[in-house]
Design a protein around this ligand. Structure first.
Ligand code: SF4
Length: 393
């Protein structure tokens, strides 16, 4: 299998009727160690031959097992490692047996005479006899992609491409770059889909996630030491639209949902426990004292409540107890850290729930396309920002 999102992969997966079925079957057929071997090799730098030669079904199973594990914590270092390792595995497979039809990317072969001779002579250096044939082959604009697809996949300037008649013409190198970007996007989409199913996944995936996490922590040890763990100050500019609307204060019909249900869960998980693998996690599992909640999270919630019309906590002073309840401390005004676990620490509702219960809060922007939960929106943006910062360094 050269692309786990390509045509052949889709045909194989269709035999299992649903992705849910496929994920349920994997634990019966695949040893966790095989899935882990897909990432473990990064340390030594050499992909095990047997991983490159797995039959199609085992290749898909071991790859999707990792994605199932990522459902417990998308956009962390684990996803970064899975992306990096598997991108390299499939890159190797593609270079060993290139097959355009089986790549998950909307690119087709360009017609023979679609590029005017004059342009082709310049761009493909056709008349430079001294240039080795392999180099000329690399310069050939053999493929084309519709501009709208190019714009959604490439972060480069359009001037980097030869454009004609609504298409960008590509060399094989450019095609591979775009395929990589499509691969990353497809991987994120799949993980976001599995994120919704994570409560139903067999324990195999949580075990796999924990093992994967150990390998990722070892691999990114230096970076983790530099940033000092995972919980970071909140980055308001990266919040999803629904949370920004809740923060700005809303009307009376919406305020309890916006403040107590959405904002309280979102801010607390985003600040204290962004990558929780379990939904039964308690605040005391993530922090050592109450200061983050009392000095950072609660003031933001109260200010947002005060911005509501009419102000939420003036009207309903007991709603503060409900905030503590939603944070898992029980219905109280005077919680201690030890009380956490007295009630459920509510997880941010999925986008589908927000749209059903408070449609006025959901004003999706372009980044909402990739996610199913406001917290994953935020984690994804944090991930993209950290990649940008790394690029600058
Ligand atoms: S799609 Fe989800 S994250 Fe985006 S605004 Fe709607 S509820 Fe919020």
């Amino acid at each position: 299998m050269i692309d786990p999102f390509g045509k052949k992969a889709k045909e194989t997966l269709a035999e299992f009727e649903s992705m849910n079925n496929f994920l349920r079957l994997i634990p019966n057929y695949l040893d966790i160690e095989v899935a882990l071997d897909r990432v473990r090799w990064v340390k030594e730098g050499k992909i095990p031959e047997y991983i490159l030669n797995l039959d199609d079904l085992r290749d898909l199973m071991s790859f999707y097992a990792l994605l199932g594990a990522l459902a417990f914590s998308p956009y962390g270092i684990e996803m970064e490692l899975v992306k990096k390792a598997n991108l390299e595995i499939y890159r190797r497979k593609i270079s060993q047996s290139f097959d355009l039809d089986n790549l998950a990317i909307p690119i087709v072969l360009a017609g023979k005479d679609e590029i005017p001779k004059g342009d082709a002579v310049i761009l493909e250096k056709r008349l430079e006899d001294a240039l080795p044939e392999e180099e000329k082959e690399e310069l050939r604009l053999k493929y084309k992609i519709h501009l709208k697809n190019l714009l959604s996949l490439s972060s480069k300037e359009l001037s980097e491409y030869y454009i004609r008649g609504g298409y960008a013409y590509l060399t094989k190198g450019q095609l591979k770059e775009l395929w990589e970007s499509a691969f990353e996007r497809n991987l994120e989409r799949a993980v976001n889909l599995f994120y919704e199913l994570r409560e139903e996944l067999p324990s195999y995936y949580l075990e796999l996630y924990n093992r994967l996490s150990e390998i990722a922590r070892e691999h990114f040890k230096e970076r983790l030491e530099r940033i000092g763990g995972e919980a970071q100050p909140l980055r308001f500019e990266l919040f999803p639209p629904c949370v920004r609307i809740a923060l700005s204060g809303v009307g009376s019909g919406l305020r309890n949902y916006a403040i107590t249900v959405l904002l309280t869960s979102f801010l607390s998980y985003a600040r204290i426990c962004p990558n929780s693998q379990r939904r039964d996690v308690r605040v005391k599992d993530c922090i050592k004292d109450m200061s983050i909640i009392e000095k950072e999270i609660l003031p933001i919630i109260i200010e947002a409540g005060n911005r509501c019309n009419p102000p939420l906590f003036e009207d309903q002073p007991n709603e503060i107890k409900n905030i503590w309840y939603h944070l898992g401390f029980g219905f109280t005004m005077t919680p201690t850290l030890e009380d956490s676990g007295s009630s459920t620490w509510y997880f941010p509702p999925n986008c589908s729930k927000i749209r059903a219960n408070a449609p006025e809060l959901c004003k999706p922007d372009k980044d909402c396309r990739y996610i199913k939960n406001p917290l994953t929106y935020y984690l994804r943006k944090l991930y993209i920002e950290s990649k940008k910062a790394e690029g600058k360094e």
